[in-house]
Design a protein around this ligand. Structure first.
Ligand code: NAG
Ligand code: NAG
Ligand code: NAG
Ligand code: NAG
Ligand code: NAG
Ligand code: NAG
Ligand code: NAG
Length: 538
Protein backbone atom coordinates (compact mmCIF):
# COMPACT_ATOMS: atom_id res chain seq x y z
CA UNK A 1 0.00 0.00 0.00
CA UNK A 2 2.77 2.38 1.01
CA UNK A 3 4.85 1.37 -1.99
CA UNK A 4 1.99 1.94 -4.36
CA UNK A 5 1.54 5.36 -2.85
CA UNK A 6 5.21 6.25 -3.31
CA UNK A 7 5.22 5.26 -6.95
CA UNK A 8 2.03 7.19 -7.55
CA UNK A 9 3.28 10.28 -5.80
CA UNK A 10 5.24 11.72 -8.74
CA UNK A 11 2.24 11.00 -10.93
CA UNK A 12 -0.10 12.88 -8.66
CA UNK A 13 2.23 15.84 -8.29
CA UNK A 14 3.51 16.31 -11.81
CA UNK A 15 1.13 14.24 -13.95
CA UNK A 16 4.14 12.49 -15.48
CA UNK A 17 3.19 9.48 -17.53
CA UNK A 18 4.83 6.23 -16.45
CA UNK A 19 6.79 4.73 -19.32
CA UNK A 20 7.47 1.04 -19.75
CA UNK A 21 11.07 -0.07 -19.28
CA UNK A 22 13.68 0.80 -16.68
CA UNK A 23 13.38 4.11 -14.82
CA UNK A 24 17.10 4.73 -15.29
CA UNK A 25 18.93 3.31 -18.28
CA UNK A 26 22.31 1.78 -17.46
CA UNK A 27 25.37 3.23 -19.17
CA UNK A 28 27.79 0.95 -21.03
CA UNK A 29 31.42 0.63 -20.04
CA UNK A 30 31.40 3.60 -17.67
CA UNK A 31 33.68 3.42 -14.65
CA UNK A 32 32.66 3.71 -10.97
CA UNK A 33 34.10 5.65 -9.18
CA UNK A 34 34.58 8.08 -12.02
CA UNK A 35 38.22 8.50 -13.11
CA UNK A 36 39.84 11.91 -12.69
CA UNK A 37 40.61 12.35 -16.38
CA UNK A 38 38.97 10.25 -19.04
CA UNK A 39 38.57 10.53 -22.79
CA UNK A 40 36.74 8.09 -25.00
CA UNK A 41 35.98 7.71 -28.66
CA UNK A 42 33.48 5.52 -30.42
CA UNK A 43 36.13 3.32 -31.95
CA UNK A 44 36.37 -0.05 -30.22
CA UNK A 45 37.99 -3.43 -29.94
CA UNK A 46 36.35 -6.75 -29.29
CA UNK A 47 37.79 -8.70 -26.33
CA UNK A 48 37.66 -12.48 -26.67
CA UNK A 49 38.76 -13.83 -23.29
CA UNK A 50 40.45 -16.93 -24.70
CA UNK A 51 42.54 -14.82 -27.03
CA UNK A 52 43.35 -12.24 -24.37
CA UNK A 53 46.26 -12.04 -21.89
CA UNK A 54 47.70 -9.68 -19.33
CA UNK A 55 51.39 -9.08 -19.92
CA UNK A 56 53.44 -8.00 -16.90
CA UNK A 57 56.99 -6.77 -16.57
CA UNK A 58 59.66 -9.42 -16.02
CA UNK A 59 61.97 -7.78 -13.54
CA UNK A 60 59.89 -6.77 -10.58
CA UNK A 61 59.91 -7.99 -7.01
CA UNK A 62 56.40 -9.44 -6.83
CA UNK A 63 55.55 -11.55 -9.89
CA UNK A 64 53.20 -13.83 -7.93
CA UNK A 65 51.25 -10.92 -6.49
CA UNK A 66 50.81 -9.53 -9.98
CA UNK A 67 49.87 -12.90 -11.47
CA UNK A 68 47.26 -13.40 -8.78
CA UNK A 69 45.65 -10.11 -9.80
CA UNK A 70 45.85 -11.03 -13.50
CA UNK A 71 44.11 -14.34 -12.86
CA UNK A 72 41.37 -12.63 -10.87
CA UNK A 73 40.70 -10.04 -13.52
CA UNK A 74 40.94 -12.49 -16.41
CA UNK A 75 38.25 -14.54 -14.66
CA UNK A 76 36.08 -11.47 -14.06
CA UNK A 77 36.30 -10.50 -17.72
CA UNK A 78 35.71 -14.03 -18.99
CA UNK A 79 32.71 -14.46 -16.71
CA UNK A 80 31.14 -11.18 -17.73
CA UNK A 81 30.91 -12.48 -21.29
CA UNK A 82 28.13 -14.70 -19.90
CA UNK A 83 28.97 -17.72 -22.02
CA UNK A 84 26.63 -19.70 -19.85
CA UNK A 85 23.82 -17.24 -20.30
CA UNK A 86 24.28 -17.23 -24.06
CA UNK A 87 24.03 -21.01 -24.01
CA UNK A 88 20.71 -20.75 -22.28
CA UNK A 89 19.43 -18.15 -24.71
CA UNK A 90 20.27 -20.48 -27.57
CA UNK A 91 18.38 -23.26 -25.88
CA UNK A 92 15.21 -21.22 -25.90
CA UNK A 93 15.48 -20.76 -29.64
CA UNK A 94 17.22 -17.41 -29.96
CA UNK A 95 18.72 -16.62 -33.35
CA UNK A 96 22.53 -16.98 -33.65
CA UNK A 97 24.25 -13.69 -32.89
CA UNK A 98 24.89 -11.22 -35.65
CA UNK A 99 28.43 -10.22 -36.45
CA UNK A 100 27.50 -6.59 -36.12
CA UNK A 101 31.09 -5.32 -36.21
CA UNK A 102 31.87 -6.69 -39.66
CA UNK A 103 30.92 -3.63 -41.66
CA UNK A 104 31.39 -1.14 -38.84
CA UNK A 105 34.12 1.42 -39.49
CA UNK A 106 34.49 1.99 -35.71
CA UNK A 107 35.64 -1.59 -35.17
CA UNK A 108 39.42 -1.74 -34.89
CA UNK A 109 40.04 -5.42 -34.30
CA UNK A 110 40.40 -7.87 -31.45
CA UNK A 111 42.31 -6.80 -28.37
CA UNK A 112 44.75 -9.55 -27.53
CA UNK A 113 46.22 -8.17 -24.33
CA UNK A 114 46.90 -5.47 -21.78
CA UNK A 115 50.52 -4.49 -21.36
CA UNK A 116 51.16 -3.68 -17.67
CA UNK A 117 54.09 -1.48 -16.71
CA UNK A 118 54.88 -1.43 -13.02
CA UNK A 119 57.78 0.72 -11.91
CA UNK A 120 58.65 -1.17 -8.78
CA UNK A 121 57.38 -3.66 -6.28
CA UNK A 122 59.52 -4.35 -3.24
CA UNK A 123 58.57 -7.97 -2.52
CA UNK A 124 55.82 -10.55 -2.55
CA UNK A 125 54.88 -9.51 1.01
CA UNK A 126 54.41 -5.85 0.20
CA UNK A 127 51.52 -4.44 2.27
CA UNK A 128 49.15 -1.57 1.63
CA UNK A 129 49.80 1.34 3.98
CA UNK A 130 48.45 4.79 4.63
CA UNK A 131 49.29 7.27 1.86
CA UNK A 132 50.24 4.73 -0.80
CA UNK A 133 50.54 5.99 -4.33
CA UNK A 134 47.54 4.57 -6.21
CA UNK A 135 47.98 6.60 -9.40
CA UNK A 136 47.80 4.91 -12.78
CA UNK A 137 47.36 5.69 -16.45
CA UNK A 138 45.47 3.45 -18.82
CA UNK A 139 45.43 3.90 -22.59
CA UNK A 140 43.45 1.88 -25.06
CA UNK A 141 44.79 3.06 -28.42
CA UNK A 142 44.97 1.76 -31.95
CA UNK A 143 48.41 0.43 -31.07
CA UNK A 144 47.04 -1.64 -28.19
CA UNK A 145 46.22 -1.35 -24.50
CA UNK A 146 48.63 -0.36 -21.76
CA UNK A 147 48.45 0.32 -18.04
CA UNK A 148 51.25 2.04 -16.13
CA UNK A 149 51.68 2.65 -12.40
CA UNK A 150 54.49 3.26 -9.97
CA UNK A 151 53.17 0.75 -7.44
CA UNK A 152 51.28 -2.52 -7.32
CA UNK A 153 48.40 -0.55 -5.74
CA UNK A 154 48.12 1.63 -8.82
CA UNK A 155 48.12 -1.50 -10.96
CA UNK A 156 45.26 -2.99 -8.92
CA UNK A 157 43.17 0.18 -9.31
CA UNK A 158 43.96 0.29 -13.03
CA UNK A 159 43.01 -3.36 -13.57
CA UNK A 160 39.68 -2.68 -11.91
CA UNK A 161 39.10 0.25 -14.23
CA UNK A 162 40.12 -1.79 -17.27
CA UNK A 163 37.63 -4.52 -16.33
CA UNK A 164 34.87 -1.92 -16.03
CA UNK A 165 35.53 -0.39 -19.45
CA UNK A 166 34.60 -3.69 -21.06
CA UNK A 167 30.90 -4.15 -21.71
CA UNK A 168 28.58 -6.53 -23.44
CA UNK A 169 27.19 -5.55 -26.82
CA UNK A 170 25.05 -8.12 -28.60
CA UNK A 171 26.81 -10.99 -26.85
CA UNK A 172 30.30 -9.63 -27.51
CA UNK A 173 32.65 -7.91 -25.12
CA UNK A 174 33.75 -4.56 -26.44
CA UNK A 175 36.02 -1.79 -25.21
CA UNK A 176 36.23 1.72 -26.65
CA UNK A 177 39.45 3.58 -27.31
CA UNK A 178 40.06 5.37 -24.01
CA UNK A 179 42.72 7.44 -22.25
CA UNK A 180 42.54 7.56 -18.48
CA UNK A 181 44.79 9.25 -15.99
CA UNK A 182 43.55 8.54 -12.52
CA UNK A 183 44.35 9.02 -8.84
CA UNK A 184 42.35 9.12 -5.62
CA UNK A 185 41.13 12.36 -4.11
CA UNK A 186 41.55 11.00 -0.54
CA UNK A 187 43.98 8.38 0.69
CA UNK A 188 41.77 6.89 3.44
CA UNK A 189 38.66 5.37 1.83
CA UNK A 190 37.05 3.04 4.30
CA UNK A 191 34.13 0.80 5.05
CA UNK A 192 33.28 -0.14 8.64
CA UNK A 193 31.65 -3.46 9.44
CA UNK A 194 30.44 -4.19 12.96
CA UNK A 195 30.84 -7.90 13.76
CA UNK A 196 29.57 -7.67 17.33
CA UNK A 197 25.86 -6.74 17.14
CA UNK A 198 25.51 -9.65 14.71
CA UNK A 199 28.26 -12.08 13.86
CA UNK A 200 29.30 -11.92 10.21
CA UNK A 201 30.82 -15.13 8.88
CA UNK A 202 34.20 -14.95 7.18
CA UNK A 203 32.71 -15.57 3.73
CA UNK A 204 30.67 -12.36 4.07
CA UNK A 205 33.77 -10.39 5.02
CA UNK A 206 35.65 -11.80 2.01
CA UNK A 207 32.73 -10.95 -0.31
CA UNK A 208 32.71 -7.47 1.17
CA UNK A 209 36.43 -7.13 0.41
CA UNK A 210 35.75 -8.16 -3.19
CA UNK A 211 33.02 -5.54 -3.48
CA UNK A 212 35.30 -2.97 -1.85
CA UNK A 213 37.94 -3.61 -4.50
CA UNK A 214 35.27 -3.11 -7.21
CA UNK A 215 34.72 0.35 -5.68
CA UNK A 216 38.38 1.23 -4.98
CA UNK A 217 37.91 1.33 -1.19
CA UNK A 218 41.23 0.72 0.55
CA UNK A 219 40.47 0.45 4.30
CA UNK A 220 38.42 -2.24 6.01
CA UNK A 221 37.64 -0.84 9.48
CA UNK A 222 36.82 -3.94 11.51
CA UNK A 223 34.70 -2.91 14.49
CA UNK A 224 35.26 -6.35 15.87
CA UNK A 225 33.92 -6.16 19.44
CA UNK A 226 31.16 -4.26 21.21
CA UNK A 227 28.65 -4.68 24.03
CA UNK A 228 26.78 -7.61 22.58
CA UNK A 229 29.54 -10.03 21.68
CA UNK A 230 33.29 -10.50 21.67
CA UNK A 231 33.96 -12.69 18.62
CA UNK A 232 37.75 -12.19 18.41
CA UNK A 233 39.50 -15.32 19.71
CA UNK A 234 42.51 -13.99 21.55
CA UNK A 235 45.69 -16.03 21.95
CA UNK A 236 46.34 -14.37 25.30
CA UNK A 237 42.80 -14.33 26.70
CA UNK A 238 40.76 -17.01 24.87
CA UNK A 239 38.18 -16.78 27.67
CA UNK A 240 37.05 -13.40 26.29
CA UNK A 241 35.39 -15.09 23.31
CA UNK A 242 34.71 -18.39 25.10
CA UNK A 243 32.36 -16.48 27.38
CA UNK A 244 31.70 -13.24 25.51
CA UNK A 245 30.95 -14.43 21.96
CA UNK A 246 27.43 -15.40 20.90
CA UNK A 247 28.82 -18.94 20.59
CA UNK A 248 32.34 -19.98 21.64
CA UNK A 249 32.99 -22.05 18.51
CA UNK A 250 30.68 -21.09 15.65
CA UNK A 251 30.52 -17.32 16.24
CA UNK A 252 34.18 -16.49 16.70
CA UNK A 253 37.07 -15.42 14.52
CA UNK A 254 39.94 -17.82 15.02
CA UNK A 255 43.44 -16.50 14.49
CA UNK A 256 43.45 -18.35 11.14
CA UNK A 257 40.25 -16.52 10.09
CA UNK A 258 41.80 -13.17 10.94
CA UNK A 259 44.94 -13.98 8.91
CA UNK A 260 42.78 -15.09 6.01
CA UNK A 261 40.89 -11.78 6.03
CA UNK A 262 44.11 -9.75 6.25
CA UNK A 263 45.74 -11.66 3.39
CA UNK A 264 42.65 -11.53 1.15
CA UNK A 265 42.48 -7.79 1.76
CA UNK A 266 46.20 -7.28 1.11
CA UNK A 267 45.98 -8.90 -2.32
CA UNK A 268 43.25 -6.39 -3.16
CA UNK A 269 45.16 -3.40 -1.83
CA UNK A 270 42.96 -3.05 1.26
CA UNK A 271 44.27 -2.32 4.75
CA UNK A 272 42.58 -3.91 7.77
CA UNK A 273 42.28 -1.60 10.77
CA UNK A 274 40.94 -3.31 13.90
CA UNK A 275 38.84 -1.46 16.45
CA UNK A 276 38.63 -2.67 20.04
CA UNK A 277 36.33 -0.01 21.39
CA UNK A 278 36.92 1.10 25.02
CA UNK A 279 36.05 2.22 27.68
CA UNK A 280 32.36 2.07 26.66
CA UNK A 281 30.82 -0.60 24.41
CA UNK A 282 32.58 -3.28 26.44
CA UNK A 283 29.81 -5.29 28.18
CA UNK A 284 30.85 -8.48 26.38
CA UNK A 285 34.34 -8.25 27.91
CA UNK A 286 32.70 -8.54 31.33
CA UNK A 287 31.39 -12.06 30.69
CA UNK A 288 34.91 -13.41 31.29
CA UNK A 289 36.47 -10.46 33.08
CA UNK A 290 33.89 -8.57 35.15
CA UNK A 291 36.72 -6.95 37.15
CA UNK A 292 37.55 -4.83 34.07
CA UNK A 293 34.19 -3.08 34.24
CA UNK A 294 32.73 -0.62 36.71
CA UNK A 295 30.21 -1.97 39.21
CA UNK A 296 26.96 -0.02 39.01
CA UNK A 297 25.20 1.09 42.17
CA UNK A 298 21.53 1.63 42.93
CA UNK A 299 20.58 3.32 46.20
CA UNK A 300 24.22 3.17 47.34
CA UNK A 301 24.37 -0.61 46.90
CA UNK A 302 26.12 -2.55 44.13
CA UNK A 303 23.56 -3.91 41.67
CA UNK A 304 23.85 -6.62 39.02
CA UNK A 305 24.97 -4.30 36.27
CA UNK A 306 28.41 -3.46 34.98
CA UNK A 307 29.23 -0.20 33.24
CA UNK A 308 32.18 1.03 31.17
CA UNK A 309 35.71 -0.10 31.99
CA UNK A 310 36.92 0.82 35.43
CA UNK A 311 39.44 3.59 34.84
CA UNK A 312 40.62 3.65 38.45
CA UNK A 313 42.30 0.25 38.57
CA UNK A 314 45.83 -0.31 37.36
CA UNK A 315 44.84 -3.90 36.57
CA UNK A 316 42.56 -2.59 33.79
CA UNK A 317 45.55 -1.08 32.02
CA UNK A 318 47.71 -4.13 32.66
CA UNK A 319 45.07 -6.25 30.98
CA UNK A 320 44.79 -3.90 28.00
CA UNK A 321 48.57 -3.83 27.65
CA UNK A 322 48.64 -7.59 27.23
CA UNK A 323 45.67 -7.71 24.87
CA UNK A 324 46.70 -4.78 22.67
CA UNK A 325 50.29 -6.05 22.45
CA UNK A 326 48.77 -9.15 20.87
CA UNK A 327 46.39 -7.23 18.61
CA UNK A 328 49.13 -4.95 17.30
CA UNK A 329 51.12 -8.08 16.47
CA UNK A 330 48.19 -9.85 14.75
CA UNK A 331 47.09 -6.87 12.63
CA UNK A 332 50.04 -5.61 10.58
CA UNK A 333 48.60 -2.18 9.73
CA UNK A 334 50.34 0.64 11.55
CA UNK A 335 46.96 2.06 12.65
CA UNK A 336 44.62 0.84 15.40
CA UNK A 337 41.16 2.29 16.15
CA UNK A 338 40.82 2.75 19.89
CA UNK A 339 37.17 3.79 19.89
CA UNK A 340 36.30 6.08 22.80
CA UNK A 341 32.72 6.89 21.76
CA UNK A 342 29.46 7.12 23.67
CA UNK A 343 30.64 6.44 27.21
CA UNK A 344 27.68 6.18 29.55
CA UNK A 345 28.62 7.93 32.80
CA UNK A 346 25.77 6.53 34.93
CA UNK A 347 27.79 3.79 36.66
CA UNK A 348 30.81 6.00 37.15
CA UNK A 349 28.60 8.59 38.85
CA UNK A 350 27.16 6.17 41.38
CA UNK A 351 30.19 4.06 42.26
CA UNK A 352 31.79 5.36 45.51
CA UNK A 353 35.25 4.06 44.61
CA UNK A 354 35.17 6.06 41.41
CA UNK A 355 34.09 9.12 43.33
CA UNK A 356 36.90 8.81 45.86
CA UNK A 357 39.42 8.14 43.08
CA UNK A 358 38.33 11.31 41.32
CA UNK A 359 38.65 13.32 44.52
CA UNK A 360 42.09 11.90 45.25
CA UNK A 361 43.29 12.64 41.72
CA UNK A 362 41.57 16.04 41.38
CA UNK A 363 39.46 14.88 38.43
CA UNK A 364 36.31 16.97 38.46
CA UNK A 365 34.24 15.84 35.46
CA UNK A 366 33.36 12.49 33.95
CA UNK A 367 34.67 13.70 30.60
CA UNK A 368 38.01 14.24 32.32
CA UNK A 369 37.80 10.78 33.85
CA UNK A 370 37.23 9.36 30.38
CA UNK A 371 40.20 11.35 29.15
CA UNK A 372 42.28 9.93 31.99
CA UNK A 373 41.41 6.45 30.73
CA UNK A 374 42.01 7.21 27.05
CA UNK A 375 45.30 8.90 27.89
CA UNK A 376 46.49 5.56 29.28
CA UNK A 377 45.39 3.73 26.14
CA UNK A 378 47.01 6.34 23.90
CA UNK A 379 50.27 6.12 25.87
CA UNK A 380 50.07 2.35 25.65
CA UNK A 381 49.76 2.43 21.85
CA UNK A 382 52.58 4.94 21.64
CA UNK A 383 54.73 2.49 23.56
CA UNK A 384 53.76 -0.22 21.04
CA UNK A 385 54.71 2.09 18.14
CA UNK A 386 51.18 1.99 16.81
CA UNK A 387 49.33 4.96 15.38
CA UNK A 388 45.64 5.34 16.03
CA UNK A 389 42.23 6.59 15.14
CA UNK A 390 39.81 7.76 17.83
CA UNK A 391 36.13 8.62 17.68
CA UNK A 392 35.56 12.37 17.88
CA UNK A 393 34.52 12.41 21.58
CA UNK A 394 38.14 11.77 22.52
CA UNK A 395 39.20 14.98 20.79
CA UNK A 396 36.19 16.95 22.00
CA UNK A 397 36.90 15.92 25.62
CA UNK A 398 40.40 17.31 25.34
CA UNK A 399 42.62 14.25 25.54
CA UNK A 400 46.23 15.14 24.69
CA UNK A 401 46.75 13.55 21.29
CA UNK A 402 49.80 13.58 19.05
CA UNK A 403 49.24 15.29 15.71
CA UNK A 404 49.50 11.91 13.98
CA UNK A 405 46.12 10.89 15.48
CA UNK A 406 43.22 10.54 13.07
CA UNK A 407 40.04 11.92 14.61
CA UNK A 408 37.04 10.02 13.30
CA UNK A 409 34.10 12.41 13.05
CA UNK A 410 30.71 10.70 13.15
CA UNK A 411 28.07 12.70 15.02
CA UNK A 412 25.65 15.24 13.58
CA UNK A 413 27.29 18.58 12.91
CA UNK A 414 30.27 16.64 11.62
CA UNK A 415 31.33 19.51 9.40
CA UNK A 416 31.65 21.83 12.40
CA UNK A 417 33.62 19.19 14.26
CA UNK A 418 35.94 18.70 11.27
CA UNK A 419 36.54 22.42 11.31
CA UNK A 420 37.54 22.25 15.00
CA UNK A 421 39.67 19.13 14.55
CA UNK A 422 41.65 20.54 11.64
CA UNK A 423 41.95 23.95 13.27
CA UNK A 424 43.75 22.14 16.10
CA UNK A 425 46.16 20.65 13.56
CA UNK A 426 44.75 17.13 13.82
CA UNK A 427 43.83 14.85 10.93
CA UNK A 428 40.16 14.16 10.26
CA UNK A 429 38.30 11.13 8.91
CA UNK A 430 34.68 11.83 8.04
CA UNK A 431 31.64 9.56 8.47
CA UNK A 432 28.82 11.79 9.78
CA UNK A 433 26.56 11.54 6.75
CA UNK A 434 27.65 8.10 5.59
CA UNK A 435 25.90 5.84 8.10
CA UNK A 436 24.58 2.98 6.00
CA UNK A 437 22.38 1.76 8.86
CA UNK A 438 20.26 4.91 8.50
CA UNK A 439 17.69 3.77 6.00
CA UNK A 440 15.20 5.73 4.01
CA UNK A 441 13.00 4.51 1.21
CA UNK A 442 13.90 4.24 -2.44
CA UNK A 443 17.23 5.30 -3.87
CA UNK A 444 18.73 6.58 -0.66
CA UNK A 445 22.28 6.35 -2.04
CA UNK A 446 21.59 9.89 -3.19
CA UNK A 447 21.75 11.38 0.31
CA UNK A 448 25.21 9.84 0.73
CA UNK A 449 26.26 11.11 -2.69
CA UNK A 450 25.10 14.64 -1.94
CA UNK A 451 27.25 14.99 1.15
CA UNK A 452 30.66 16.59 0.68
CA UNK A 453 33.33 16.02 3.36
CA UNK A 454 35.04 19.36 2.80
CA UNK A 455 31.86 21.37 3.05
CA UNK A 456 33.06 23.43 6.05
CA UNK A 457 34.49 26.93 6.19
CA UNK A 458 38.14 26.15 6.93
CA UNK A 459 41.37 27.20 5.25
CA UNK A 460 43.03 25.18 2.51
CA UNK A 461 45.59 24.00 5.07
CA UNK A 462 42.76 22.70 7.23
CA UNK A 463 41.15 20.88 4.33
CA UNK A 464 44.42 19.14 3.55
CA UNK A 465 44.18 17.56 6.99
CA UNK A 466 41.00 15.70 6.03
CA UNK A 467 42.45 12.39 4.90
CA UNK A 468 39.24 10.72 3.83
CA UNK A 469 36.18 9.04 5.21
CA UNK A 470 34.35 5.84 5.90
CA UNK A 471 30.94 4.42 5.18
CA UNK A 472 29.72 2.73 8.38
CA UNK A 473 27.51 -0.37 8.56
CA UNK A 474 26.46 -0.83 12.17
CA UNK A 475 24.91 -4.23 12.50
CA UNK A 476 21.98 -3.92 14.91
CA UNK A 477 19.65 -4.82 12.05
CA UNK A 478 21.86 -6.75 9.65
CA UNK A 479 23.30 -10.23 9.62
CA UNK A 480 24.76 -12.45 6.91
CA UNK A 481 21.40 -12.69 5.14
CA UNK A 482 20.74 -9.01 4.46
CA UNK A 483 24.03 -7.17 4.83
CA UNK A 484 25.26 -7.32 1.25
CA UNK A 485 22.22 -5.61 -0.32
CA UNK A 486 22.11 -3.03 2.48
CA UNK A 487 25.71 -2.04 1.92
CA UNK A 488 25.84 -2.24 -1.87
CA UNK A 489 25.48 -0.14 -3.90
CA UNK A 490 24.79 2.45 -1.16
CA UNK A 491 28.46 2.40 -0.11
CA UNK A 492 29.39 2.88 -3.77
CA UNK A 493 28.06 6.43 -3.48
CA UNK A 494 30.58 7.08 -0.70
CA UNK A 495 33.33 5.38 -2.73
CA UNK A 496 32.86 7.89 -5.52
CA UNK A 497 32.85 10.84 -3.07
CA UNK A 498 36.19 9.63 -1.74
CA UNK A 499 37.92 8.74 -5.02
CA UNK A 500 36.62 11.09 -7.70
CA UNK A 501 37.18 14.81 -8.17
CA UNK A 502 35.22 17.18 -5.94
CA UNK A 503 33.14 18.44 -8.87
CA UNK A 504 31.80 14.94 -9.59
CA UNK A 505 28.67 15.75 -7.60
CA UNK A 506 25.74 15.55 -10.01
CA UNK A 507 23.36 12.86 -8.78
CA UNK A 508 21.33 12.83 -11.97
CA UNK A 509 24.47 12.24 -14.02
CA UNK A 510 25.60 9.45 -11.68
CA UNK A 511 22.37 7.44 -11.87
CA UNK A 512 23.03 5.64 -15.13
CA UNK A 513 26.57 4.77 -14.14
CA UNK A 514 25.41 3.45 -10.77
CA UNK A 515 22.74 1.39 -12.50
CA UNK A 516 25.46 -0.20 -14.65
CA UNK A 517 27.82 -0.60 -11.70
CA UNK A 518 25.15 -2.35 -9.64
CA UNK A 519 24.50 -4.83 -12.46
CA UNK A 520 28.24 -5.31 -12.78
CA UNK A 521 28.49 -6.16 -9.08
CA UNK A 522 25.53 -8.54 -9.47
CA UNK A 523 27.29 -10.27 -12.37
CA UNK A 524 30.31 -10.70 -10.13
CA UNK A 525 28.25 -12.37 -7.43
CA UNK A 526 27.64 -9.38 -5.14
CA UNK A 527 24.00 -9.17 -3.97
CA UNK A 528 23.75 -5.41 -4.52
CA UNK A 529 20.21 -4.02 -4.40
CA UNK A 530 18.64 -1.95 -7.19
CA UNK A 531 19.58 1.73 -6.80
CA UNK A 532 17.01 3.50 -8.95
CA UNK A 533 13.61 1.82 -8.79
CA UNK A 534 12.17 -0.40 -11.53
CA UNK A 535 14.76 -1.73 -13.97
CA UNK A 536 16.62 -4.78 -15.18
CA UNK A 537 20.19 -6.05 -15.44
CA UNK A 538 21.07 -7.40 -18.88
C1 NAG B 1 31.84 3.55 -27.50
O1 NAG B 1 31.72 3.00 -28.80
C2 NAG B 1 30.39 2.71 -29.19
C3 NAG B 1 30.45 1.96 -30.52
O2 NAG B 1 31.03 2.76 -31.50
C4 NAG B 1 29.61 4.00 -29.27
O3 NAG B 1 28.28 3.73 -29.61
C5 NAG B 1 29.66 4.70 -27.93
O4 NAG B 1 29.05 5.96 -27.98
C6 NAG B 1 31.10 4.88 -27.46
N1 NAG B 1 31.08 5.37 -26.08
C7 NAG B 1 31.61 6.56 -25.75
C8 NAG B 1 31.45 6.97 -24.33
O5 NAG B 1 32.18 7.24 -26.56
C1 NAG C 1 49.23 11.29 -8.46
O1 NAG C 1 48.75 12.13 -9.49
C2 NAG C 1 48.34 13.42 -9.04
C3 NAG C 1 47.76 14.15 -10.24
O2 NAG C 1 48.61 14.10 -11.32
C4 NAG C 1 49.53 14.16 -8.47
O3 NAG C 1 49.11 15.39 -7.94
C5 NAG C 1 50.12 13.32 -7.35
O4 NAG C 1 51.31 13.93 -6.88
C6 NAG C 1 50.45 11.92 -7.84
N1 NAG C 1 50.90 11.12 -6.72
C7 NAG C 1 52.08 10.56 -6.69
C8 NAG C 1 52.41 9.82 -5.44
O5 NAG C 1 52.84 10.59 -7.63
C1 NAG D 1 48.96 7.16 -21.67
O1 NAG D 1 48.98 8.38 -22.35
C2 NAG D 1 49.45 9.47 -21.57
C3 NAG D 1 49.28 10.73 -22.41
O2 NAG D 1 49.70 10.51 -23.70
C4 NAG D 1 50.90 9.21 -21.16
O3 NAG D 1 51.36 10.25 -20.35
C5 NAG D 1 50.95 7.90 -20.40
O4 NAG D 1 52.28 7.57 -20.08
C6 NAG D 1 50.34 6.77 -21.21
N1 NAG D 1 50.27 5.58 -20.38
C7 NAG D 1 50.57 4.39 -20.84
C8 NAG D 1 50.37 3.27 -19.90
O5 NAG D 1 50.98 4.19 -21.95
C1 NAG E 1 48.86 2.43 39.98
O1 NAG E 1 49.87 2.93 39.13
C2 NAG E 1 50.34 4.20 39.52
C3 NAG E 1 51.28 4.68 38.45
O2 NAG E 1 52.14 3.65 38.04
C4 NAG E 1 50.99 4.12 40.89
O3 NAG E 1 51.41 5.39 41.30
C5 NAG E 1 49.95 3.58 41.89
O4 NAG E 1 50.55 3.37 43.14
C6 NAG E 1 49.39 2.27 41.42
N1 NAG E 1 48.28 1.90 42.26
C7 NAG E 1 48.20 0.73 42.83
C8 NAG E 1 47.00 0.50 43.68
O5 NAG E 1 49.04 -0.14 42.67
C1 NAG F 1 36.29 -0.45 46.11
O1 NAG F 1 37.59 -0.35 46.61
C2 NAG F 1 37.87 -1.26 47.64
C3 NAG F 1 39.24 -0.92 48.18
O2 NAG F 1 40.16 -0.83 47.14
C4 NAG F 1 37.76 -2.68 47.15
O3 NAG F 1 37.98 -3.60 48.17
C5 NAG F 1 36.38 -2.88 46.57
O4 NAG F 1 36.28 -4.15 45.98
C6 NAG F 1 36.05 -1.83 45.55
N1 NAG F 1 34.69 -1.96 45.13
C7 NAG F 1 34.35 -1.98 43.86
C8 NAG F 1 32.88 -2.11 43.59
O5 NAG F 1 35.15 -1.89 42.91
C1 NAG G 1 50.51 20.00 15.97
O1 NAG G 1 49.76 20.91 15.19
C2 NAG G 1 49.62 22.19 15.78
C3 NAG G 1 48.67 23.01 14.92
O2 NAG G 1 49.07 23.01 13.60
C4 NAG G 1 50.99 22.84 15.89
O3 NAG G 1 50.87 24.08 16.52
C5 NAG G 1 51.90 21.92 16.72
O4 NAG G 1 53.22 22.43 16.72
C6 NAG G 1 51.93 20.52 16.16
N1 NAG G 1 52.65 19.65 17.07
C7 NAG G 1 53.67 18.92 16.69
C8 NAG G 1 54.31 18.09 17.76
O5 NAG G 1 54.08 18.87 15.55
C1 NAG H 1 29.29 20.68 -7.58
O1 NAG H 1 30.61 21.10 -7.82
C2 NAG H 1 30.70 22.36 -8.46
C3 NAG H 1 32.15 22.62 -8.79
O2 NAG H 1 32.97 22.38 -7.67
C4 NAG H 1 30.11 23.43 -7.54
O3 NAG H 1 30.14 24.69 -8.18
C5 NAG H 1 28.67 23.06 -7.23
O4 NAG H 1 28.14 23.96 -6.28
C6 NAG H 1 28.58 21.65 -6.65
N1 NAG H 1 27.19 21.26 -6.55
C7 NAG H 1 26.70 20.75 -5.46
C8 NAG H 1 25.26 20.34 -5.52
O5 NAG H 1 27.36 20.61 -4.45
Amino acid sequence: MIKLFLYLLPLIISCNAIHPGPVVKATKGEVWPKPQVEEKTDEYYIVRPHGFNFKGPNNIGCPNFLNDAFTRYWTIIATSSSLERRGRLHEVGRKPKTEFWKDDSSYIGDLNGLDVQLRECSSEDVRPAFGDNENYTLNITKEGASLAADTIWGVLRGLETFSQLIYLEQDNLIINLTDISDFPRFSHRGLLLDTSRHFLPVYIILQTLDAMSYNKFNVFHWHITDDHSFPYKSRTFPELSDKGAFHPVSKVYEQSDVSKVIEYARLRGIRVIPEFDTPGHTSSWGAAHPELLTTCYTNDKPDEDLGPMDPTKNSTYDFLTKLFTEVVDVFPDSYFHIGGDEVDFYCWKHNPNITSFMEANKISTYEDLESYFIQHVVDLLDSLNSKYLVWEEVFVNGVTLPNSTLVHVWRDNGHETLNEVTKAGKYGIFSSCWYLDHLSSGGDWEKFYECEALDFPGTDEQKQLVLGGEACMWSEAVNEYNIMPRVWPRASAVAEKLWSAEDVNDTAAAKGRLEEHTCRMNNRGIAAQPPNGPGVCL
